[in-house]
Write a protein that binds this ligand. Structure first.
Ligand code: NAD
Length: 468
């Protein structure tokens, strides 16, 4: 069923009426933290940050605990609204992503102190807040990013002004409302997270240049990351990737096939870390394709692939650009668009091609996996480096040869490198470690958490407090 902007706003209003995030909320009540004017939003965030900073860390944790609780209670709602509004992704997987954010995003325990003590006294280096952060969020993981950013930024003592993707503004603003309700409910300030009702490029420009914004964090494609990095402010850039997965002759092939398809199809390939193409050593390539077909892959013919190229790209000024009507759609829907009807068991489209093929070399964010056959692991590493385009974002490999794994890891030089598992293991899903949906590939911080949103502050006591 086609759903338009008015429908989404009506749903959000209806949701607010009965929503678990805001007991007693009525449709007349506005969303907490959502303003008409960006100047008012920034001023409100600045005031809230001044209130939160002197409060005990324990109090920040109390607010965060309530954000976690509400996120769990509303995971399904956010997942459903996110898919409805953006028309991208998969409700079941989005529920899992919200649960992951609620349960495993680090809080204040992520902050640490360094100390020196000696004859001349005691010196501490503490991680303090920046103040008010301007955060741009994507359409691909909209509420997941808003909630995860909010927990980390608040744990570090900041308030945040969001610039959500316009195509996900309603659901993103609902998540911002939930953050503020979680704070108010336990006695904290309103407006720890804010945004405007109608985010536009002009609104983002104001955030990027505003005197009261102390740090910028951009999660999105190359355009927005370049923009914040040229703003003159300190900025963190979580940009695009095109993660290759290399399979060598020593890998457990049936398991590699299953892990790759599971990782690639998670939320219809929307996560930036997800497997976007396969590089397979010739000796095992046919076996890998056999097992990929066993686990829900449709092997497309040359003619079907040519139709897919026509469908998933639009051409503008002689340049190929992604057709937004294909991003984050399921394999079944993509195949329907080229006149191929398949059952629900089909979750991924595969084909063999050269590395330069547009469905292989470009970041699609669709469950389409091109397979590049190479003669050996050396050629495989070289091919994967080419395919990653120097984003230094994510790369994955299936192998039991530690030398091959080491050489691949060094050559790719990415923020994320998953070995022998699906890509989402990097987010703490079936792997160790914490999740985030803001992976600072361009600026090098890697997987962000509370400590990423702090500045270093040295505090020196002269000639005292050393008790050694
Ligand atoms: P997008 O670049 O279209 O939009 C991201 C955000 O940037 C949106 O809020 C958008 O409004 C804003 N924006 C875009 N161009 C802008 C400009 N010139 N000035 C100001 N704001 C601008 O991305 P999307 O389609 O929502 O998300 C997908 C892209 O983001 C992919 O390339 C993906 O790899 C990347 N991504 C990266 C990470 C990461 O952690 N590294 C996480 C999620 C998504």
């Amino acid at each position: 069923m086609a759903i338009n902007e008015q429908d989404i706003q009506a749903i959000v209003r209806g949701v607010l009426q009965g929503m678990q995030t805001g007991a007693g909320a009525t449709p007349e009540k506005k969303l907490l933290g959502i303003f008409e004017n960006i100047e008012d939003a920034i001023a409100a965030a600045k005031k809230a940050q001044k209130e939160i900073q002197p409060m005990p860390l324990e109090f920040r944790e109390k607010i965060i605990a309530n954000i976690r609780k509400k996120t769990l209670e509303n995971a399904q709602l956010f997942a459903e609204l996110g898919v409805k509004e953006t028309k991208m992704g998969n409700v079941g997987h989005k529920i899992l992503k919200h649960q992951l954010v609620a349960e495993k995003t680090p809080g204040t325990e992520d902050l640490s102190t360094m100390a020196w003590s000696g004859d001349r006294g005691l010196t501490l280096v503490e991680q303090g807040p920046f103040g008010v952060i301007g955060a741009v969020t994507p359409s691909t993981n909209p509420t997941e990013t808003v909630i995860c950013n909010s927990i980390g930024m608040l744990a570090a003592g900041n308030a945040v002004v969001f610039a959500p993707h316009p195509a996900a503004k309603n659901v993103s603003n609902l998540a911002i409302d939930m953050i503020n309700r979680a704070s108010v409910e336990v006695g904290g300030p309103e407006n720890l997270a804010v945004a405007v009702a109608n985010p536009t490029m002009e609104v983002s420009e104001t955030i990027f240049t505003h005197k009261d914004i102390n740090l910028l964090v951009a999660t999105g494609g190359p355009g927005v990351v370049t923009k914040v990095l040229s703003s003159g402010k300190r900025a963190l850039g979580a940009g695009a990737g095109n993660p290759p997965v290399l399979v060598d002759e020593t890998a457990n092939i049936p398991k590699a096939a299953e892990d790759i398809v599971n990782g690639c199809t998670f939320d219809n390939n929307l996560p930036c870390i997800a497997e976007k193409e396969v590089v397979a050593v010739d000796q095992i390539a046919d076996e890998l394709i056999f097992y990929m077909k066993q686990t829900g892959c449709y092997y497309a013919s040359d003619e079907e692939i040519a139709k897919l190229v026509e469908t998933v790209f639009n051409v503008k000024d002689g340049k190929r650009i992604l057709n937004r009507d294909c991003v984050g759609r399921s394999a079944k829907v993509l195949l329907e668009k080229i006149g191929v009807s398949v059952g629900n068991e089909i979750r991924c489209i595969i084909f063999e091609g050269q590395k330069e093929h547009p469905l292989i070399s470009e970041e699609l964010m669709m469950p389409i996996l091109g397979i590049v056959r190479v003669k050996d692991v050396d050629e495989g590493i070289e091919t994967a480096v080419w395919l990653e385009h120097g984003n230094r974002h994510s790369a994955h490999m299936h192998s039991t040869n530690v030398n091959n794994l080491t050489r691949y890891g060094r050559a790719l030089d990415t923020a994320i490198f998953v070995k022998n598992g699906p890509s989402y293991a990097a987010l703490g899903f079936g792997g160790e470690g914490y999740p985030t949906f803001t992976i600072c590939s361009r600026t090098g911080e890697g997987l962000t958490s509370a400590k990423t949103f702090t500045k270093s502050r040295r505090c020196v006591m002269c000639d005292a407090l050393c008790i050694r």
